[in-house]
Design a protein around this ligand. Sequence first.
Ligand code: G3I
Length: 354
Amino acid sequence: MAGLTRRGLLRAGLGALPLVQLPMTRQALAAAGVPVGAAVMIEDLRSDPRIKDALIRYCDVVVPMNELKWEALRHSRAGFDYSAADEVITFARRNGKGLRGHTLVWHDGLPAWARTIGSRAEAERELTLHIETVVARYRGIMPVWDVVNEVVSHEAPPDAPLRDSIWLRHLGPGYIETAFRLAAAADPKARLVINDYDLENTGARTARRRAEILRLIRSLKDKGVPVHGLGMQAHLYAEREIDVGGLQQFLAELARLEVSLAITELDVIDWRLPADVAARDAAAARLVAGFLKTVIDVRKPESVITWGLTDRSSWISGTFRRSDGLPNRPLPLDADYRPKPMMRVLEGVRRGWN
Ligand code: G3I
């Protein structure tokens, strides 16, 4: 591998970071200009004008974080409420931003009534109604959908590789195929994606998860099911090691299956990183740079999306609290909207690293 040029490193904002080692192949250099973006939740869009400015400035793509989930669209069984989703989508479109649709089928993010779905017929009826209605409503507006989210089980044991959910329980594994076919029928031009997490680290569990994703995509493709892409969430644990070889092999395999790749929920779980802010931010930026470099060496992602934009608002603060009580710093902007080293990495990816 050739070394990343000093100029490229400096332009990516990494020149000053300690221990940054980013060897770069010609392929990666050719991967100039990957669109970047962020998910945003409606509460933040409504309450903090600074988030709009930041999305306009830093993002090519805006993703409604929660507003297209069942709990938002179908909080009442009686109908569909698009108000919050439309607000985010209109903001994105008015500002010339791309979009991703997250998500049509998930075990979580369900309103209370949907959690009580009790039979195959009811599950089939609701799933069909949901996908047909939502995808058709955003036909021509939403270019890509996370059709299924997190369908591989956490441990992915060989005897139960798929996650338990109301969908699996009532419809069996065939619900995945059904969901893709329904989405394709409702919008034949939309790109249809499987979105999942924990695919990047070393260890047997992650390897099983990667194998299961490949098995799933292969079996769908063999049946002629329109599956176009994989979304890697990439919630990166700072204390875990990226499996460079395993990940690159996985991505090469995906390419052979003619499936595209997007990084869909990038952030850094920093609960085990040092308290010192500069050291922590540098470590987070190095992790993101190393991860993206590993990916881009093999595959140019369609987009790189962070799950939020500012440390002010992230799911990580609720889920991975630090034992020292300090606020988490998982995202590219700090809580005062100042760009952190991670943002310089993303800006570098956005421009191309050279
Ligand atoms: O909007 C309501 C608000 O009106 C109400 O007062 C409040 C009280 O509970 O809840 C608000 O909604 C919450 C919403 O976040 C906005 O804050 C939901 O209850 C809460 O469940 C929701 O959490 C989201 C979670 O998914 C479940 O949908 C997180 O923000 C979101 O970051 C998280 O995102 C997931 C991805 O979709 C899939 N991958 C993992 C990722 C992190 O868990």
